[in-house]
Design a protein around this ligand. Sequence first.
Ligand SMILES: Nc1ncnc2c1ncn2[C@@H]1O[C@H](COP(=O)(O)OP(=O)(O)O)[C@@H](O)[C@H]1O
Ligand SMILES: [Mg+2]
Length: 241
Amino acid sequence: MVVRRSREEWKIYGNVFDKFTIDVLQRLEARGHFDALASGIALGKEANVFTATPAKAGEDYVIVKIYRLENCNFKKMYEYLKFDPRYMHTKPSKRFVVFAWCQREYRNLLIAREAGLRCPTPLAFKDNVMVMSLIGDGKKGTAAKQLKDTAPKDPEAFSKLLLKDIKKLWKKGLVHGDLSAFNLLLYKEKPVFIDFSQSSPTSAPNAKELLKRDLKNVASYLKRHGVDIDMEKEFKSISTQ
Ligand SMILES: Nc1ncnc2c1ncn2[C@@H]1O[C@H](COP(=O)(O)OP(=O)(O)O)[C@@H](O)[C@H]1O
Ligand SMILES: [Mg+2]
């Protein structure tokens, strides 16, 4: 049985979120995507990320990513969207830009799943809120660590998986665009890609530039862990497949 939260219970979030966002959260909860926000795991530049308890007993915790309608760098977001052929006609209004940003991450995650990447499953989105599967222990609601806070036991094997995935994603027509030790999680010794809000189609005019930057970030992480990759060779092999 899905237990609905009363308006009173949602009011406690009033100090944290604006009324509009509380309404969106309430609708997603009413549709059975989660029960309640459990704990905050990150306060990012554009979004706040929470774990949320499952709507039904026995199901897994989920992740709720809430894009802020205020205090976000909406001008920078708009500049990024203009490069993406799918969003180049987005109106330059703060609200539209944030909604497009959220929708874009949801759609990018669908493509990444189709490409066979290890990444969260997008479960729902509405306006400025996205719900996705939790990478980590879904029963306890504990998220896997970011790569910046941990290290793979076998960096060589890890690097092979990572490069293979970047290649698979490009082949499916997408480049991550913000790949770093912050946006990669280590789960069961394998890389899991998260944060697809800056991902663009490979047809975008800046796609190759984004790929280069992703490879550079990955290479510098791997170097610190004793693995040297030939950036130029990888770039060619990925972008000309
Ligand atoms: N699906 C997920 N499973 C587990 N942890 C997650 C998930 N999504 C995000 N996180 C955690 O929240 C942090 C912020 O999420 P991210 O999508 O990178 O947002 P931001 O755009 O603010 O950087 C991540 O670095 C990660 O630690
Ligand atoms: Mg991030």
